[in-house]
Design a protein around this ligand. Structure first.
Ligand code: NAD
Length: 475
């Protein structure tokens, strides 16, 4: 059993059974059996079932948003908006289910050569606690749309929306065993990764965990896709629309309590951006309402776990002792009911230098570091001065500069004059410690299926360029 704790109050909330390690073989057997039948269905039937799932999730939006807010501590405004987007995401993948085709290859007129794309088989998804419902949808739906079965392990602390999603799949008529959610912590995750029945592993989480998973998966040569952390910059030139940029800076790092892989946690400001920008930023952050995630007026909820809150507090302390200056900090909630919740004060640091821990390490909490630059070259150097490379925001009205920056920044997703746009149609992939393997749009078709080539001779026999070996003597 895992006892779930409500992040807003720090109190135990409910118990969730953990999947027994000795049942993992059976989970894989069920998945493999269901996948064979699923892949043999007409593709249009798979597509229709997924359209039905989208409708069902539409009916469950409010329920899922409330579970997510209570389980993760993220504000209900945020989780409602996340849940409302999922039916459209499911419909996008439902549309793909009957549109994946192969090619013919003009290798030689005496041969009919073609390619097909086959599902991998059993996909293992392992996801973290920050966006549990969206990750569950993104792991399950594209994979089954393309003919796979999925075994999903949500984070131990936040399994509820993934479990509800698996139930919704059953309600929508998706066959038993095709989507299985297993619960528990790293031991259950490790058992999935080491299992020979795993055909591919899709991991989202901390980069060191990703490396451990890639090492363990290597024993069976199981391929992995890795969506890891980030230290993404928002880069602001003086010719940008500074009001819009300010909105995006605040939403880009304080949304979801800063617990976003794509958090814009480094603000790079050109020297000519007026001081009023920073003053306005500080005033906005000082006024953020930190409180109960289920209260509509809350801007920033607690962190998901006490451990993550403590990690953020330690990083704030380290930044201060390394010489960074706190330029803004929101208040903790005054409500005594929330006294034991896992709250962190949203914080802005100035006087940050590139070698400080706050400028280099992922916080995964509501903390922004501000640095200044004098020209494009310095902006690019600072932007790339990190081992991560997940995303970046560039703010300028100069089109040429926008493209030069986009070309030079080592990150998988660049936003120009906007931020935080994530959509199933838009591929994402990390650089460096942010991971590897692209997903989204056509990239998911490539990564969630494997290629097979078939070469058929129109007349039986070998081509002329393959030397014939002598036949055995018949004496
Ligand atoms: P984590 O790596 O500790 O845990 C993620 C998942 O892995 C959990 O389900 C956990 O139980 C499981 N796990 C842990 N050890 C395992 C092992 N040895 N074998 C198999 N499974 C194991 O990550 P976290 O702290 O929960 O999440 C935060 C991290 O996730 C941050 O670094 C964040 O940037 C990253 N993240 C990345 C993306 C992205 O799309 N790139 C999105 C969200 C979060």
């Amino acid at each position: 059993m895992t006892t779930l704790t409500e992040p807003a109050t720090g109190r135990p909330w409910q118990e969730v059974p953990a999947t027994a390690l000795d049942s993992i073989d059976e989970v894989f057997e069920r998945a493999a059996a269901a996948q064979k039948q699923w892949a043999a269905l007409p593709a249009t039937m798979r597509s229709e079932l997924l359209f039905g799932l989208a409708d069902r999730l539409g009916q469950l939006t409010e329920e899922l948003a409330e579970i997510e807010a209570r389980n993760t501590g993220k504000s209900i405004r945020e989780t409602r908006q996340e849940a409302a987007r999922m039916p459209a995401a499911v419909r996008y993948w439902a549309g793909w289910a009957d549109k994946v085709t192969g090619t013919t290859v003009p290798f030689h007129p005496d041969f009919h050569t073609y390619t097909t794309r086959e599902p991998w088989g059993v996909v293992v998804g392992i996801v973290p606690w920050n966006v549990p419902y969206i990750f569950a949808v993104r792991r399950i739906v594209p994979a089954i749309a393309l003919g796979n079965a999925v075994i999903l392990k949500p984070a131990e602390e936040t399994p509820l929306t993934a479990l509800r999603l698996a139930e919704a799949c059953r309600e929508a008529g998706i066959p038993d065993g095709l989507v299985q959610v297993v619960t528990g912590g790293a031991d259950v995750g490790a058992a999935l990764v080491e299992h020979p029945g795993a055909d591919i592993i899709l991991f989202t989480g901390f980069h060191e965990t990703g490396k451990a998973i890639a090492r363990a998966a290597a024993n069976n040569l199981t391929p992995t896709l890795q969506e890891l952390g980030g230290k993404s910059p928002q880069i602001i030139f003086p010719d940008a629309d500074l009001d819009q940029a300010l909105d995006a800076v605040v939403a880009g790092v304080f949304g979801a309590t800063g617990q976003m892989c794509i958090a814009g946690s480094r603000l790079l400001l050109h020297d000519d951006v007026p001081d009023s920008f920073l003053e306005e930023l500080a005033s906005r952050v000082n006024q953020l309402v930190v409180g109960d995630p289920r209260d509509e007026s809350t801007d920033v909820g607690p962190q998901v776990t006490a451990r993550q809150r403590d990690k953020t507090l330690a990083m704030i302390e380290a930044a201060t002792s390394e010489g960074a200056r706190i330029a803004a900090q929101a208040q903790l909630p005054a409500d005594p009911e929330l006294a034991d919740g896992f709250f962190t004060q949203p914080t802005v640091f100035t006087d940050v230098t590139p070698e400080m821990s706050i400028a280099t390490q992922e916080v995964f909490g509501p903390v922004l570091s501000v640095m200044r630059f004098s020209d494009e070259t310095e902006a690019i150097r600072l932007a790339n001065d990190t081992e991560f490379g997940l995303a970046a925001g560039v703010w300028t009205s100069d089109v040429g500069r926008m493209h030069r920056m986009a070309r030079s920044i080592k990150a998988g997703l660049i936003w120009g004059n906007t931020y935080r746009i994530i959509n199933d149609m838009i591929p994402t992939a990390g650089y460096g410690q942010s991971g590897y393997g692209a997903e989204g749009g056509m990239e998911s078709i490539a990564s969630l299926t494997r290629s097979k080539s078939v070469c058929l001779a129109l007349e039986p026999g070998l081509p002329s360029y393959i030397p014939r070996l002598p036949k055995a003597n018949q004496s």
